[in-house]
Design a protein around this ligand. Sequence first.
Ligand code: DP6
Length: 319
Amino acid sequence: SQPHGFGKAPVNIALSKYWGKRDSVLNLPMNGSVSISLPGLGTETTVQPFGGQQDQIELNGQVLDHSVVFAKRLSQFLDFFRSAACPAFRVVTQNSVPTAAGLASSASGYAALVVALDDLFGWQLAKTELSLLARLGSGSASRSLFDGFALWHKGERPDGMDSFAESVDSVWPEFCIGLVKVNTQEKAVGSTLGMQQTVETCDLYQSWPPQAQRDLETITQAIIQQDFHTLAKTAEHNALSMHATMIATWPPIVYWQPESIAAMQIVWRLREQGVAVYFTMDAGPNLKLILQTQDQAIVQQAFAEQSTPVEFILPFQRQ
Ligand code: DP6
């Protein structure tokens, strides 16, 4: 039978965000970022050499047409790895993000694919090297090679060889993420295009890279010291600052829905009542709450009163 490689990787949520590239071919970021991976949510992929002319890409049980954007982008990424012996690939990928709130799967997808390619070709690369390769598929994928917290270094080199992620060591059993799914059918602007337009047209953007770099350092320190308040407050401020640059882009990029703002108001009201809950948001309308296990019940109740369910994830506890 044909040799095949297997890989899996978790989704991750940035606490200090990646927004803007200094090189759009190599996915080199304007600033570093730091994330938390969500165990149990992610991608499983198998990859094998394929006899056909073109790649065969199967996503969640369906073979994709070559014209589908997702398939095109994946094939472009696979161009890095073709050879005479292996001119095309068959990729079978399964996302396990069933109920969770609108989580992007490109990060876990490219990370899992790189792990599967490493398995197929027997490279036995280090995780930081796999992170470099995953970054070429999608910037945020560089962080999905790791469980727990991960730090993606901005890097300085034009060839990107110093722009990879590594683990930030901290086992924090009380650390909790709450996924708030905001109902929407609306098709949003993808991150790749969105960040390009922001860099090109947003005057506010010049303040973003230095702030993001500062926030990254603050959050990384807070992770090491397990200083929840500093971490969570900096993460919320960072996310809102990123969204400010999006809104000040032309054409404007507004990912928020009325329900997003309603959820923010629940968070802010809880904080007024002394509950240590914060949020972050990415290129979509959903909120990701940042809290500690001790406050799970009160947060759950406050959202339930507004008929908004929250799905809690404990990144450092067995699911
Ligand atoms: C808002 O990694 O999806 O989620 O590199 O173009 O694939 P590409 O972009 P992507 O951007 C993620 C943007 C973000 C913030 C973050 O995850 O850091």
